[in-house]
Design a protein around this ligand. Sequence first.
Ligand SMILES: [Ca+2]
Ligand SMILES: [Ca+2]
Ligand SMILES: [Ca+2]
Length: 157
Amino acid sequence: MQSSHRISTDREFAVGDVNNDGYPDIIANDVLINNQRGGFDPIGLSLHDQANVKTQQLADFDNNGSLDLLVTTSWENLSSVYLNDGEGQFTFHTHLAQFDTDREPPAIGDINNDGFNDVVMGISIPNEGTNSSSLKLMSYSNNHGSFTQTEIDGGGS
Ligand SMILES: [Ca+2]
Ligand SMILES: [Ca+2]
Ligand SMILES: [Ca+2]
């Protein structure tokens, strides 16, 4: 059976196996589960500020073996982590930056080698008393799904 599903083109979508059945699934406006017969079945995806999603990336943030979702939005300027229940249902977990994020997607990797995926992204912080803002490079180190924000020296521009 062929699933037809409308996706908007101004957001990045992600591919990964979100229900751990060995078949790659798609995160677009919805979670599209690979039905193993060449089609995809939408199962629903509820995000804050759904209409303004800018980037979506999959990575396991709580180390339970299921891919979680890191989302940035362009309107409320939030970056948020959603945890996967193992079936591809994502539940809001935490916000990272609440400032405008860089146009580039965040980078994900275990930068302090503790076994948990961390996040690095550029955020735009307003300069006090002016209309200008500074782009700063921030790291979000992850400890069992709880993130600590640190400015990376020399990362601004
Ligand atoms: Ca799958
Ligand atoms: Ca996970
Ligand atoms: Ca880490």
